[in-house]
Structure formats: structure tokens, C-alpha cells
Design a protein around this ligand. Structure first.
Ligand code: ADP
Ligand code: MG
Length: 380
């Protein structure tokens, strides 16, 4: 059983949960072969996806990739051309939005400007004809959950961006939906507040435990918050994996490019060996079967070696072409003997600026076998 919307002052969750009338388990979501076209545009192109019960899953992709469309299909506001959608073992593709028990925050906050905070948060309960006393109790609980206790009488235009966002979240969770959908909830906030709200929303998810599908175009936000991430492009899922697997083992060039920075070098297959020019690469994970093989190099996974090649690693001779001090780290651009360029990011650690390499320095760049990642470079 999941925890319920209880103010922090409640210590006995069992007693508190008796206040709730529709206590329910989180639900898994099963999306099968969903397609949605707008004229010639494939907003969703045969999307299949399983979200586990209680999971925090993020849809990550560039603008126009189909994220909002998929969320709208889950909520029931958009009817797909074909495909199936199950919540638990119930097919819901024909179920109207208000019967799906789904809470949602929209890309624009979509608050009612003429209502108070409590008016906004209570709206889903009024739709459900919740009795007045219970409604008031639940609204206050939801507001306390998003740390806006006592703000019920405020007008929406008296709130900051972050507070408005919290009101939108409170409205989405007030009727204890079994599924929570959030469409780029933090994109309008400045960086500091966004970082803080990411952690808060993640804590809220841990507390409430509802199955959550979250949308963002910000890869760092996705890595920070998610149990798993589905990378979306042109209405298709390019890869669905944990943050760590996506970052360290991207399956294709799009994912490798979209998440984190990387340098890509063309490599060739020679029997069992993978070569970069004359150099036989050491790599711990198998190379994908493809005619278009790329070596993906993350800038922070390169070691700058000042006393020659590192044993057991892949070593590249290079010349520094640019060195940029960036406070907590430094960025170095280097040119390999064949003219290819590599970017490296180093931690400042104890080093100070006088020990940084200088332009035209001869360097050895070393990449450990486990950081030598080979990906399919074919365009998707
Ligand atoms: P995202 O949320 O990832 O930015 P959307 O799901 O909003 O992307 O849009 C995906 C694609 O579908 C885009 O090309 C967009 O222009 C198109 N699209 C979305 N909604 C409509 C609509 N109501 N009418 C026509 N085209 C739409
Ligand atoms: Mg969108």
C-alpha cells in the first residue's frame, strides 16, 4: 500500500489513511503500438512502452518529438489512431479523462486565474462531488504536501512561478490519482528553483508512490529524477533504460548525442578486432553488429596522462588546442595525430590554474577499456 496525502504532522499513517475514501494501489501502464498522426506528421509512431507500478518514468526528447502527445493519450485528452492502453489490466483507450483516475500538470500551468489557490486545488474534488468538509481537509493536506500549507486564500497572481507550479502539483494529486502525469512542470523556472523543485518532486513521488510519467527536454533533469528514461525522437522511443545505462551504454547515436557531451570517432571492424586507424581498441562491452561503428568518448572519462601511455588503456597522442577554465572544472580541446578532435573535461580537484595544460602542449589522452563505448552510428 502506498502512503497517502497526509500532513507531515501525522505520524500514524494507518490512522491518517482512514481519512481517504478511494485509497488504491499504484497502477502499471502498458502502451501498445500507439500511433497518432496529424496530417503528414507522425506525432507518435507505433509507440510501445511499459511503466511499472510506482515507477518514475521520464519521456525525454527535443521539442516536437511527441512527448506531450503521448501524455495527452495517457490522460485521455487525445485519441490515438490505433493502439492499446492499459492501466493495470483495464483497457482504457475509450475511457474519458475524468474516469481514468489520472492527475496531470500541463505544460503551461493551466491554473484558473480568477480562483484562489484553494479553489484551484479543490477543483478536481468539486468535479467528483466530494462533500465540503472532506474537500477542505483534502485541499489543505495537498497544499501541505507541496509545502504551501496556509496559502489557500491567496490569489494565483500573488504567487511566484515556483509556488504556482506547486499549486498545479497539488491540484494534480488532491484526488489521489493512481497515475500522475507531468508535462515539463519546471521549464518556466530559473535554474536554482528548478534544481530545488526536482528534488522536491522526487521526494513527493517517494512519499506518494503513484506511477509517474514525467516529461522534460532537459537531459540533466531526466537523469536527476527518473527511475527510467524513455528517449523520444520523431514520435518513436529511441531507448528506454535507467539513467546510468542511457548515459554509459547508449544504443544509438541519437541517444549518445542527446544525453551528455561526446566525441565520436569512426572505427572499423577487422575480424574480431575493432581498430581506430592502426590502433587496436581495448573495450570491455561487445561492439554492436553494424557497418557504421563509432567510438563514443565522454569528455570526463578521459585521463590526461603526463608520464606516457597508461597500461591497459587506449592511449592517444594529442596536442592541446584550447584550454578553458570553468571554475569547478576545465575543458580541453585536443587534436589527434590524424587531425580528429577530442574534448576532455577535467575536475579541478586540488589543481590550480597554473598546473593546467597549455595550448600546444603534447599530451597523452587515456581511455580505460570500460569507458571505451562502441555504438551504432547509423542514422535512425
Ligand atoms: P513535444 O511535446 O515533444 O514538444 P508534441 O507532442 O507537442 O511534441 O508534438 C509532436 C508533433 O505533433 C509536432 O510535430 C507537433 O507539431 C505535432 N502536433 C501536436 N499536436 C498537434 C495538433 N493538435 N495539431 C497538429 N499537429 C500537432
Ligand atoms: Mg510538449
Amino acid at each position: 500500500r502506498r502512503a497517502h496525502l497526509v500532513p507531515a504532522t501525522f505520524t500514524d499513517f494507518r490512522e491518517a489513511s482512514d481519512l481517504n475514501t478511494n485509497s488504491a494501489e499504484a497502477l502499471p501502464i502498458s502502451v501498445k503500438n500507439i500511433t497518432k498522426t496529424y496530417g503528414p506528421v507522425h506525432a507518435l509512431d507505433d509507440v510501445s512502452l511499459e511503466v511499472k507500478s510506482g515507477e518514475f518514468l521520464t519521456l525525454l526528447g527535443p521539442s516536437g518529438s511527441g512527448k506531450t502527445t503521448l501524455l495527452m493519450v495517457l490522460a485521455g485528452f487525445t485519441r490515438p489512431d490505433c493502439g492499446s492502453l492499459q492501466f493495470g489490466d483495464r483497457e482504457v483507450i475509450r475511457t474519458p479523462p475524468h474516469l481514468r483516475e489520472v492527475g496531470m500538470t500541463f505544460q503551461s500551468y493551466a491554473l484558473f486565474p480568477h480562483m484562489t489557490v484553494a479553489g484551484n486545488v479543490g477543483y478536481p474534488l468539486r468535479l467528483r462531488k466530494t462533500p465540503k468538509r472532506e474537500l477542505e481537509e483534502r485541499v489543505e493536506q495537498a497544499l501541505e504536501t507541496v509545502q504551501l500549507g496556509g496559502f489557500g486564500d491567496r490569489r494565483i497572481d500573488q504567487l511566484s512561478g515556483g509556488q504556482k507550479q506547486r499549486v498545479a502539483v497539488a491540484r494534480a494529486i488532491v484526488f489521489e490519482p493512481r497515475i500522475l502525469l507531468m508535462d515539463e512542470p519546471l521549464s518556466a523556472l530559473d535554474k536554482k528553483l528548478r534544481d530545488q523543485m526536482q528534488i522536491e518532486l522526487r521526494h513527493l513521488h517517494e512519499k506518494l508512490g503513484m506511477t509517474t510519467v514525467y516529461v522534460t527536454h532537459d537531459q540533466r533533469e531526466a537523469l536527476t529524477m527518473s527511475d527510467r528514461i524513455a528517449v523520444v525522437n520523431h514520435g518513436r522511443i529511441m531507448q528506454l533504460a535507467s539513467p546510468r545505462d542511457l548515459y554509459e551504454r547508449p544504443e544509438n547515436r541519437f541517444v549518445a548525442d542527446f544525453i551528455g557531451d561526446s566525441t565520436f570517432l569512426n572505427v572499423t571492424r577487422d575480424g574480431d578486432q575493432i581498430r581506430y586507424g592502426d590502433m587496436v581498441l581495448r573495450h570491455s562491452a561487445p561492439a554492436p553488429q553494424t557497418g557504421n561503428l563509432l567510438l563514443m568518448i565522454r569528455p570526463e572519462r578521459i585521463t590526461l596522462s603526463t608520464n606516457g601511455p597508461v597500461e591497459g588503456a587506449n592511449n592517444f597522442d594529442a596536442i592541446a588546442t584550447e584550454v578553458v577554465y570553468q571554475g569547478d572544472s576545465f575543458l580541453l580541446h585536443a587534436r589527434l595525430a590524424d587531425g580528429n578532435r577530442i574534448a576532455l573535461r577535467g575536475a579541478m580537484l586540488g589543481a590550480n590554474i597554473t598546473t593546467l595544460p597549455k595550448v600546444d602542449d603534447q599530451l597523452t589522452l587515456s581511455i580505460a577499456a570500460e569507458d571505451t563505448v562502441l555504438i551504432d552510428g547509423s542514422e535512425a
